[in-house]
Each structure stands twice: as C-alpha cells, then as structure tokens.
Design a protein. Structure first.
Length: 471
C-alpha cells in the first residue's frame, strides 16, 4: 500500500460500498497502466463503544412520499444516515447527519430525483459512531396513491347531504371540503375519522362540490385532493305508482301516476334479464312513454323513476312485457251472448274481420251462400256467410231469439293461421245496433274451442261502426 501511495496512485471508493455494513471497503487504483483492487478493513472502536445498527426499521408509503422510521440502536450514536435506491439500484436520495435524537426521516418528491406511484424502492438506515457506520438490513417500500377514490352521494335532503368514498389504507383521518359549484368558494371543511361525512346547513336547490384528502397522523402526510362529486341539495322524490305497460303491435305503451314537485321522469328497460338502460334522451314531462321497436321473442322488464334536480327516486313497480304469442288455429268463431238492444233478432252483426297483422287486410272475406268455410250455430237459418262476405251495408248476419245465449258463426282457414287483430261491425238495422258481449274462440278440430278474447259491455254502437280488438 505504501508503494502505491509513493507512485501517486489515484484511489476512489466504490460508489455504493457505504450502503452495506462497512466491515470492509473496496478501493480501485491504477499504477503504471494496471488496475488494482485493495480491501481496506474499517477501524474498530474499543470494546463497548460500538452502537450497533438501528432497530426495527419500517417504511410508510404515502402519495409520492416515504416516511422511514426506526428504533434506537443498543448504544449511543452520533447521527443516522439513509440511502434510498430504486428497483434498479440507482441512488435516488441520501440523507446524512440526521440527529441522533431523531428516529425518522421523510422522503418527499421535492427532496428526491423522482418518486413514482406503484414503483418499489429500498431504504438502508445506518447508525454512525465516529468513523463506523453500522447499517440495518435493507427495507422495501412501494409508492402508493393515497388520494381517496369513488366519492358517492349516498343520501341527500333539502338541507343536508351524505358522501362516502373508498377507505384508504393506513389513513388515520380524512379532511373533507364543501364548495359552491358555481363560484368555487369553500363553504365548509370537516375532518372525520371514517370514510363518510355529512354536511348540514345546505340551501335547497343549490349545487355543491365535495373533495376529500387522506391524512396519516404518524407521518403528518396528507394526500392530494380527490376528484369532486357534485350534487344538488334536495329531498329524494317519491317513486311513481301504478306503472303499467300495454303492448300494441311492436310498441310498449307505458303509463304511471304523477309525482308532485319534480322535473320529470326517466324510464329504464332491460331485455331478457340484462342491464337496465335509460330509454329517454331527455326528461319525460308527462306520465306516459312509448317504447317502439319491440322484437317478438324478447322479454322486457321496465320501470319509471321521478327526477328532482339530479336525484332520481326509487324505482316504481317493475313490469314484465313482451309481444304476445299470437293465437294460431285453423278455425275461429265469434260466440255471441247478448245484444245492446234486443229486438226481432237475438244476435246480428254487419261483418266480422280476422287479420293476421294489426292494420292488415281482412283474411276471412268473400264468403258466399253455402260456403263450406263458414258454419253457424243455427244452420237452418243459413245466413252465416254474411258475416264474412266483405259487405258492410245491408247484409248483416242474423240469428233469431233461440240463438241466445251462445249463438255463433265460424270461419275455416283450411290450415293453422295466426290472428293479431279482429274487427266487429255494428249493423245498420236501427236499435239492434251491436253485440254487447261475445268471445273470440279458436279450434284445431272444430270440436274443442279455446277462448282467445272476451269482450263485455260493448255499448253505444253507431250503425256500421267498426271496432277493432288487438290480441
């Protein structure tokens, strides 16, 4: 070693040798164009003077900052030192001459080259006595985002509102801020120990923003402010009652009872058990809505909510609806039970229509006398074909008094036929103006009949009036 010094060898410490417990250090040197490595052992203190390393070193990560803290070594120390490295062993920061009475150190973004949330860093804390640096084992910490997330307004009234958010690990408290949305003015600041806060003294109809930051009392660290959640101070409106859906062709015609003191309504519909989706682009101001484009074979569920400010009521009753499966029979008949004004004939009607689609053409027409497609309950009378001959004036189907109750007339399609709509014409014979009660029935064998539709109390007919009934 002396000969190396005499030849003016340039010596340098390895950059990271001090990170580890310095029982030895490596010196690199050059002499006459050759490189040498020399191991130099640290001097030892007299017995009883070594402090030992810091005890129980721990790291608290908090929003682009670290709080490193430890317990005192076994013996007295002059100072502490800390080295912070990233995952690639690049030195991020070094703290020296930390007073012996101080058992912590804060690494914040302003005192380091960089701290990135989600990245892992290592920390080595050493206790120094004279020229001896006794390092504790390396500890690791991952930079963590401590900004509160997912703020939700869980309850509101005209003068108060409750906000909750996801709890932040190791947060001892939260500071919450209430702002006027329009002016940005801070109105209230409340520190709470849980992830929920309730603000009082709000003004009905006013709009507010709420932001939150987390606090750790051990380190004194505070996170940044969360994103704002916005709400209007208002009582939750009542849910609409008596929500109903009537399917007409490919439309779902909805209606419900009105709710007082609201801005309007939103309608939500799901298909085949899927998620509910809002139907209307703008608030519905009335108490009805029509969903168009229903698809046969799809089952729909719907409900309506009332809206006040930006707050929706609880859902109304849920209604399931679908395009009904249309009847499909070979034979159809109208079985009649009563006339509005009984007269000479027990039953009579001008014409009966059977349609495959709503608004479509009549399929049961052009019948003639003796037509095999037509049968009636009193064949001796022989006028059944007049119910299906297409004439709507001067040729009504009639049966005498003994046809009541239950006189009927039927039509044979030859094969199974779906019917979506049927029509009844009132006759033009004065006071015998229309049927009051009847059933539409279907059969595959003209023996066993199934009820398809039942109408009662059909009154107030005008001569020749057409009334249509959708199935």
């Amino acid at each position: 070693m002396d000969s190396i010094k005499r030849n003016s060898v340039v010596l340098r410490y390895s950059e990271k040798a001090f990170i580890y417990k310095p029982i030895k250090r490596t010196i690199i040197g050059e002499l006459d164009g050759k490189e040498y490595s020399v191991v130099v052992r640290e001097p030892e203190l007299p017995a009883g003077t070594a402090a030992g390393p810091p005890q129980n070193v721990q790291v608290l990560a908090w929003d682009n900052a670290f709080y490193v803290y430890w317990e005192l070594p076994q013996g007295p120390v002059d100072s502490f030192e800390i080295v912070m490295l990233d995952s690639l062993d690049n030195e991020i920061a070094t703290a020296t001459d930390i007073p012996a009475s101080q058992q912590y150190f804060k690494f914040v973004e302003s005192t380091t080259d960089y701290i990135t949330n989600g990245e892992e860093y290592s920390f080595t804390v050493g206790a120094r006595v004279q020229d001896i640096l006794d390092n504790a084992p390396e500890v690791l910490g991952t930079a963590s985002d401590k900004v509160p997330k997912n703020l939700v307004v869980t309850e509101r009234r005209d003068t108060n509102g409750t906000i909750t958010w996801d709890a932040v690990a190791e947060a001892s408290s939260y500071v919450t801020y209430l702002y006027n949305t329009g002016t940005g003015e801070e109105l209230q600041s409340v520190e709470v120990g849980t992830n929920s806060v309730q603000f009082f003294g709000l003004i009905k109809g006013s709009q507010y923003d709420v932001k939150v930051k987390s606090v750790n009392s051990l380190s004194g660290f505070e996170s940044g402010l969360s994103n704002a959640v916005t709400f209007i101070a208002t009582d939750k409106p009542s849910a609409p009652a008596n929500y109903n859906v009537q399917v007409v062709s490919t439309e779902g015609q909805m209606s419900w009872d009105s709710v007082a003191d609201i801005a309007g309504y939103n309608v939500y519909v799901s298909e085949d058990g899927g998620s509910y989706i809002k139907e209307n682009n703008s608030l519905i101001t009335g108490t009805s809505y029509t969903k168009t484009g229903l698809v046969e074979g799809v089952t729909y569920d719907g409900y309506v909510v009332a809206v006040r400010g930006d707050l929706e009521s609880d859902p109304s009753n849920i209604v399931e609806f679908a395009i009904p499966t249309l009847p499909e029979y070979r034979y159809y008949r109208i079985k009649m039970f009563a006339m509005e004004y009984p007269g000479r004939f027990a039953i009579s009607t001008q014409e009966i229509e059977l349609r495959a689609v709503v608004g479509g053409p009549d399929l049961a027409t052009d019948a003639v006398l003796g037509d095999p497609r037509v049968e009636e309950s009193n064949p001796n009378y022989g006028r059944g074909y007049l119910a299906f001959n297409g004439a709507i004036s001067g040729s009504e189907f009639r049966q005498p008094d003994d046809a009541i109750p239950g006189g009927w007339v039927s039509f044979d399609f030859g094969d199974a036929q779906q019917i979506a709509e049927y029509g009844i014409y009132g006759n033009d014979a004065g006071t015998t103006s229309g049927i009051k009660e009847w059933r539409l029935q279907g059969s595959d064998d003209h023996s066993t009949w199934e009820d398809i539709d039942h109408q009662t109390n059909q009154t107030g007919w005008s001569p020749g009036e057409l009334r249509l009934f959708q199935l």
